[in-house]
Design a protein around this ligand. Structure first.
Ligand code: ADP
Length: 406
């Protein structure tokens, strides 16, 4: 057998952008990365042209899509519905199922599908793997995934809590276990993914048991522009008293709410600057954000029973020391505190910010969703190759052990 191809191209196709990274799973190196923006608005007419441009750029660097070292393309797919519980090798049936889930993610899944179809056209022979934002959360017990609404209505329309940011929660919870020097199966972790979108998860022994986003990414924490938890009657109330349409309330809750709705800014850096200047609206926005975060830390402590670590990640979680300090302030009763000096250190590495000997480790663990997508993709194609090989030869190392280095 020829040496195994170990490179994975990760594609994240948004409605008007295409982000890519080329990773080598043999040594974890990042060989190329970039983004094509404003697809359909400028010189790049559509996703086909965008991917062709990426392919040309990679070829120029000697990393073309026809390289024998390329093992697979991994695609981020936002909504995997109830069926996709793991990274999945793409075939016609998988494409049809992702298409069927479009009503659950009307902005994201069509863009993701376009990316996959385009890549398939360029390299029909290369394995393509769909890696779902929802998959990590499919281990949630039924009592956490169910909304308390009429069961027949819920089931007819696939209404349940799915959760998102799954690749980040999976990666960060695993890295946190590593930081503690333990196997993921031995630790309970609360992961706080605080970016422009934000979500929390409770991970018990490596399995997600609860997460804050729901049917859509709107539920849960206060975000940059999303409200997070809100009485659902607000939408019908606004319809009755203000004549607002479904589209208008959707826009209100997803685009004009959260930090932006509260104070006009969704960037935590700007909010902190305004607070330092004594701005009252910014202070209140911050307080609402922190209050919600604290409630989730408390709730997930109750869900898990025993918490070994709380991990902060993503743009805000990794960079905003005041958010981390405020989120755990007053939670010593739950075993949570941060050391003020450790909290302000800045590195790209996972690090503990709680004092030595604290009952619960508080940590900053930078996320890497692209790496997690590449890892899932590579494990999938390796397992597929191994099971094909084992049909006619000696047993092969199964799945993950034969695959990625992480
Ligand atoms: P996305 O959800 O778009 O992937 P990110 O995880 O990149 O978001 O987070 C982006 C957010 O991180 C910004 O909107 C900003 O609020 C916050 N952020 C980035 N750097 C800092 C910083 N140094 N201090 C505070 N907040 C920051």
């Amino acid at each position: 057998m020829t040496p195994r191809a170990t490179r994975v191209l990760v594609l994240n196709s948004g409605s008007s952008s295409l982000k890519y990274q080329l990773l080598d799973m043999a040594d974890g190196s990042r060989l190329a990365s970039g983004v094509v923006e404003r697809i359909g608005e400028g010189p790049v007419a559509d996703h086909t042209e965008a991917l062709e441009a990426v392919a040309a750029e990679l070829a120029g660097a000697g990393l073309g899509l026809d390289s024998p070292e390329l093992a697979a393309i991994g695609h981020r797919v936002v909504h995997g519905g109830p069926r996709f519980t793991a990274p999945t090798l793409v075939d016609d049936a998988v494409l049809a199922e992702i298409e069927r889930l479009v009503p659950l993610a009307p902005l994201h899944n069509p863009a993701n599908l376009t990316g996959i179809r385009t890549a398939l056209r360029l390299r029909p022979d290369l394995p393509q793997v769909a890696v779902f934002d929802t998959a990590f959360h499919t281990t949630m017990p039924e009592h956490a995934a169910r909304y308390a609404i009429d069961t027949a209505t819920a089931d007819a329309h696939l209404i349940r809590r799915y959760g998102f940011h799954g690749t980040s929660h999976a990666y960060v919870s695993r890295k946190t276990a590593e930081l503690l020097g333990k196997d993921p199966s031995e630790v309970n972790v609360i992961v706080l993914h605080l970016g422009n979108g934000a979500s929390a998860s409770a991970v018990e022994g490596g399995r997600c048991v609860e997460t804050s986003m729901g049917l859509t990414p709107l539920e849960g924490l206060v975000m940059g522009t999303r409200s997070g938890d809100i009485d659902p009657a607000v939408t019908s109330h606004l319809h009755r008293v203000a004549g607002m349409s479904v589209a208008e309330t959707d826009e209100l809750l997803n685009k004009k709410s959260g930090l932006a709705g509260l104070c006009g800014d969704n960037d935590m850096r700007e909010i902190q600057r305004r607070i330092d200047e004594g701005d009252e609206r910014a202070r209140l926005a911050f307080a609402v954000y922190i209050h919600r975060l604290k409630k989730y830390i408390g709730a997930y402590t109750a869900v898990l029973g025993r918490v070994d670590a709380v991990a902060f990640t993503a743009g805000v979680g990794e960079n905003a020391a005041p958010v981390r300090a405020a989120a755990v302030a007053g939670l010593a009763g739950l075993g949570l505190s941060v050391d003020p000096e450790r909290n302000t250190v800045r590195t790209g590495e996972p690090r503990v910010i709680s004092p030595d000997g604290a009952p619960v480790v508080v940590a900053v663990v930078p996320t890497d969703e692209e790496w997690e997508i590449a890892r899932g993709t590579f494990a999938t194609v390796t397992a597929t190759a191994d099971s094909a090989a084992s049909m006619d030869s000696a047993p092969a190392g199964a799945g993950e052990s034969a695959g990625p280095i992480d």
